[in-house]
Design a protein around this ligand. Structure first.
Ligand code: URA
Length: 420
């Protein structure tokens, strides 16, 4: 086998065999195939796609490039959930403890934010002391004790994806449905939960901008999950406007805790209850409607918040944030954007809001950038709201940026409105 033949086959729409794909992934992971040749193959995939069989073989080869977790020591049904990412997406922080409070086990491996999208690991690290790199034995023990634990992609899990994802980021080859599918599903299959719920985001702040593409990705991931022996469901949800009111790491943890405290019920709460219900139903806990009620009870009884507190503490974090969100990092500088006239907000472009938040210090453009945990944006309005002159539309927060001109330009640019 040689890499030139493999690149040419994909370039000429000829299907690769399982052995060829395994050889390609293993040789790249071991450093035998250089980045420039792998980039050429990835670009051929971006342009020509892969068949379903090729996507399955790629996923499995990437999964098998490293360790596969053995969760058989956990005494119950394990359920994983994955969101394809977006702006203000703190659903995992709400869903995982809620599902755990309903009696399933949630072993979660999450990622860091890159570009305009946030990552659950960064968000959790805004809690003082919270450790996201755990030994597997510790991770397993926390899952068994509280019902859930979240770790970063550490150790030897999917090294092929780690290497390929960095290369894709640097070569404009991220936006390919089969490559996204293989990247996400290889990690999910390496974590190895019994059931997998996939939340495929669709809209301006998501990888998938159109409903059709989001549905294609969802169907493909569901098929790959099922062909790999998992109970798997994929649903498409909206990411045209940011999810919830807060964007930025500590701000999102605050909002998630406040949802679990029962303070707010809106689009974010509803979505979290729906996704939790899907997870519970996949795990055999009842119909989706029954599971929805179960999830709501877990929040209103305070059980879900208690699970979150115990997990935070067992992962070394300060569990008191569950009662007192002011213990989270607070921004030194704040800037309010106010309405200059009466207006109706018709939409909020989440990609632009994500970029404004990144400029404030909440995100990173390259993997080595450090994050300002206090930075981000508090939205005071949603699409469809009417705003009066001088009302605060949003508040920009940062401890590292005191000149708000660039971020406020991007944030205002995100608003779609007309005067009334
Ligand atoms: N998230 C991933 O883990 N991989 C992708 O390719 C895209 C989003």
């Amino acid at each position: 086998m040689n890499i030139i033949d493999i690149i040419n086959k994909t370039k000429n729409h000829s299907e690769l065999s399982e052995n060829e794909i395994k050889w390609l992934v293993d040789s790249y992971t071991d450093g035998e195939i250089p980045d420039y040749q792998m980039s050429a193959w990835l670009m051929a995939v971006c342009l020509n796609g892969l068949t379903e069989r090729e996507t399955l073989f790629l996923t499995l080869a990437m999964r098998d490039s490293g360790d596969i977790l053995d969760l058989s020591g956990i005494d119950g049904v394990t359920v994983d959930k994955h969101s394809t990412g977006g702006v203000g997406d703190k659903t995992s922080l709400i869903i995982a403890p809620t599902a755990a409070a309903c009696g399933v086990y949630v072993p979660k491996m999450s990622g860091r934010g890159l570009g305009h999208t946030g990552g659950t690991i960064d968000k959790l690290e805004s809690i003082s002391g919270f450790r996201t790199e755990l030994l597997f034995s510790e991770f397993e023990s926390i899952v068994q004790r509280t019902g859930f634990s979240i770790i970063s992609q550490s150790g030897n899990l999917c090294p092929a994806d780690k290497k390929m994802y960095s290369l894709r980021n640097a070569t404009g080859t991220v936006d390919s449905i089969p490559l996204i599918c293989a990247s996400i599903m290889s990690k999910k299959l390496a974590v190895n939960a019994d059931c997998i719920l996939l939340d495929v985001k669709c809209g301006s702040g998501a990888f998938m901008k159109s409903e059709d593409d989001a549905r294609r990705l969802a169907d493909l991931m569901e098929k790959v999950g099922r062909m790999s022996g998992k109970k798997c469901r994929a649903i498409v949800t909206d990411m045209d406007s940011p999810l919830g009111n807060n964007i930025g790491n500590a701000l999102e943890v605050k909002e998630a805790i406040e949802i679990l405290q029962g303070k707010y019920k809106g689009r974010l709460y509803e979505l979290c209850m729906e996704l939790t219900a899907e997870m519970l139903s996949l795990a055999g806990k009842g119909t989706v409607a029954e599971c929805f009620e179960m999830a709501e009870n877990a929040v209103s009884s305070g059980k879900a918040l208690e699970v979150l507190r115990r997990t935070i503490e067992l992962q070394g974090g300060d569990g008191r944030v569950c009662d007192d969100v002011s213990l989270l990092p607070q921004a030194e500088f704040r800037y309010e954007i106010r309405a200059v006239r009466d207006m109706k907000i018709t939409g909020i472009d989440s990609q632009e809001i994500g970029m404004a938040s990144l400029i404030l210090g909440a995100g990173r453009l390259s993997k080595t950038d450090t994050i300002d945990m206090s930075a981000g944006i508090i939205m005071n309005c949603s699409a469809g709201d009417c705003i009066s002159v001088d009302d605060t539309i949003m508040t920009l927060c940062s401890s590292t940026v005191s000149d708000f001109s660039e971020a406020s330009f991007r944030a205002v640019n995100a608003l779609k409105f007309y005067g009334i």
